[in-house]
Ligand binder design. Structure first.
Ligand SMILES: *Cc1c(COP(=O)(O)O)cnc(C)c1O
Length: 359
């Protein structure tokens, strides 16, 4: 087996140990005589897989008991609509922090359902920083405050959790969930598409404080109602069973690594050494304020974009894949989620230094 280092922003690398375990269990899951893909979601085998995944996630994230964990479909993009549909209740406006491409998409969707107050906006700085707490103009009557702790495209990450007083804080954690310990009790709702740091695409995780349930708009489709999913253990309809199972294997892998604080140590080290390599070179540059640099997505440009193609080709020859930056930003982007081993980052840095010497 020749696994290469895949720097894709998503779907992204999964831990090799997880892939191998899934391979072993693929044709016959623990003596059941069938693959997890072939099981009824209501059978006792899958029920045990589902419960174990949730239990392990609750343990590694220390999720308090008064939060529900939902295993949904539709991606983070469906949450852009589900959040306003479920959390507005009798209120008519919500606060949004505009810090990059994903915030913008969340804002555009929310505008279909409510009045959106832009409580902070860093677009004039090209989305290269995070707004400070003092900069936030929060409306005390807002139904909630929405932000994107890690902007996957710009590589911009909050280094603090905004204080929103009594107004529930909602976070699109798609590209930073499980990268470090977080205090879940600071949030009203957390959502994340699985394909970055959780597992395969097709699964979306929502962690929601129980008191925020039960206020869904009447007109909302049944499938868009959190309460329906909470009441049915995320089995109102057929859930994405295989992705749920794979997510459970990833949660167990995280636990085996020593949990989120151990994972965070490795992530911090990986990011620090990559940014240090960029900063000490005269070929590569990253535009993001130092305090706002993402641990997970590291965009960088080459001083001469004419070298981009040669850089990508040479990288691929060394088994360093999917480094091309997002079309809106150009240049390169190295996504270094939990499953990217430190050796992958070391190999990338060594390649970048060689390339700079020879160009
Ligand atoms: C990837 C991503 C999304 C989109 O997720 P889908 O599951 O494709 O809908 C939304 N927000 C952030 C921060 C992302 O990284």
């Amino acid at each position: 087996m020749a696994r290469k280092f895949n720097f894709s922003a998503g779907p992204a690398m999964l831990p090799t140990a997880v892939i191998e375990r899934a391979q072993r269990e693929l044709p016959d899951w623990q003596g059941s005589g069938m693959s997890v893909m072939e099981m009824s979601h209501r059978g006792k085998e899958f029920m045990s897989i589902a419960e174990r995944a949730e239990r392990t996630l609750r343990e590694i994230m220390a999720i308090p008991d008064h939060y529900k964990v939902l295993f949904l479909q539709g991606g983070a993009s469906s949450q852009f609509a589900m959040v306003p549909l479920n959390l507005l209740g009798a209120r008519t406006s919500a606060d949004y922090l505009n810090t990059g491409m994903w915030s913008k998409k969340a804002i555009a969707e929310a505008k279909r359902f409510c009045q959106v107050n832009i409580a902070a906006d860093t677009s004039e700085d090209g989305f290269t920083r995070v707004p400070s707490q003092e900069e936030l103009s929060l409306n005390p009557d807002a139904a909630y405050v929405h932000y994107t702790p890690n902007e996957t495209i710009g590589g911009v990450e909050f280094d603090y959790i905004p204080d929103t007083g009594d107004v529930p804080l909602v976070a699109d954690m798609s590209s930073t969930i499980l990268s470090r310990p977080i205090d879940v009790s600071r949030f009203g709702l957390i959502y994340a598409g699985a394909q970055k740091n959780i597992g395969p695409a097709g699964l979306t995780i929502v962690i929601v404080r129980e008191d925020l349930l039960g206020r869904c708009a009447e007109m909302a489709p049944t499938m868009f109602n959190y309460q329906v999913h909470a009441d049915s253990g995320s089995m109102y309809n057929t859930p994405p069973t295989y992705s749920w199972y794979m997510a459970g294997l990833v949660f167990e892998w995280i636990k085996e690594q020593g949990g989120l604080s151990a994972i965070a140590e490795v992530n911090r080290r990986k990011a620090e050494k990559l940014y240090a390599a960029i900063d000490r070179s005269s070929l590569y540059a990253n535009p993001v304020d130092k305090n706002a640099r993402s641990w997970m997505n590291v965009p960088f440009t080459l001083a001469d974009p004419a070298l981009d193609a040669a850089f990508l080709q040479g990288a691929a020859e060394r088994g360093l894949l999917t480094l091309k930056g997002h079309r809106s930003v150009g240049g390169m982007r190295a996504s270094i989620y939990n499953a990217m081993p430190e050796e992958g980052v070391d190999a990338l840095i060594a390649y970048m230094e060689d390339f700079e010497r020879s160009h």
